[in-house]
Design a protein around this ligand. Structure first.
Ligand code: SF4
Length: 262
């Protein structure tokens, strides 16, 4: 595992996401190593010979750089998404605390913030998150099964810890959401997941699996490891899955913010 400290020139980048003006990625790379990861294209912008998931560049000066950037933008408060091509609470954050330092800056300027993570470590920063007046925190839930989670998201917190994190964040008064995605056909059990989320979140989002050349081999291998047949992905009826997701969310009175497809 190659973990390297680097200095970055910029911290804020313009966002292509529909609900954020800017993104901040405190790390390059991600040691959560999800087999379906869509951020692996980032490897070509690095000099790393290692596979995606085997290296991490830590932007040790990101908070200082951000401070300088936000001074100039303090009158135009765009929304900021933390972690579009990395997980801001991956294991190295425990030691380096780059995300924590970034939150200190964001709290000072009080920009709207949205975070999505697969790690229970986010609860460490509740005191800072509560200082930001417009802040929402999401946890990704693709399965409640430890074995499936360990196969598909080997470096991330187990599902029970993510659910606990959501409950703790919510009871501390923060706005919370669950990101159920990517939905793994045949493995992501919406009938189990959605009721479990009731009372822990303010809204829910879903995402269809993006199965492409960049991740198909790894996904096929993971299905086999999980003891499941590999679905014929081109035949998946996403309309049916979306209807089920929306119906169950309605039954459990959880507002749906979107069902994203590729
Ligand atoms: S947590 Fe996100 S960025 Fe990290 S490996 Fe998983 S999908 Fe990729």
């Amino acid at each position: 595992m190659n973990i390297k400290e680097i200095n970055c020139k910029t911290a804020l980048t313009s966002s292509k996401l529909p609900e954020a003006d800017y993104c901040i990625n405190p790390y390059i790379g991600c040691l959560h190593k999800c087999v379906y990861c869509y951020a692996c294209f980032m490897k070509r912008f690095t000099n790393h010979p290692e596979d995606w998931g085997e290296f991490l560049d830590v932007k040790v000066n990101a908070a200082d750089i951000l401070n300088g950037e936000l001074v100039k933008k303090s009158k135009r408060k765009g929304s900021i998404f933390l972690g579009s091509v990395t997980d801001v609470y991956q294991p190295a954050e425990k030691k380096f605390q780059i995300t924590r330092k970034i939150l200190e800056v964001l709290a000072k300027y009080d920009f709207p913030v949205s975070i999505l993570t697969k790690s229970e470590l986010v609860v460490r920063d509740i005191n800072l998150l509560k200082k930001i007046s417009d802040c929402e925190v999401g946890l990704t839930i693709t399965s409640l099964n430890d074995k499936i989670s360990n196969i598909f998201e080997p470096g991330a917190s187990i599902p029970a810890k993510r659910l606990d994190a959501l409950a703790i964040l919510k009871s501390s008064g923060l706005k919370t959401y669950a990101f159920v995605g990517p939905i793994l056909p045949g493995l992501t059990d919406l009938k189990l997941i959605i009721p479990t989320l009731q009372g822990k979140i303010d809204f829910i989002m879903f995402e269809a699996l993006n199965y492409g050349k960049f991740n198909s081999d790894k996904i096929n291998l993971a299905y086999t490891e999980a003891g499941s047949n590999i679905p014929i992905f081109s035949n998946i009826n996403w309309d049916e899955i979306e209807s089920e997701a929306r119906e169950l969310s309605q039954i459990y009175r959880i507002p749906v913010k979107g069902f994203y497809r590729h």
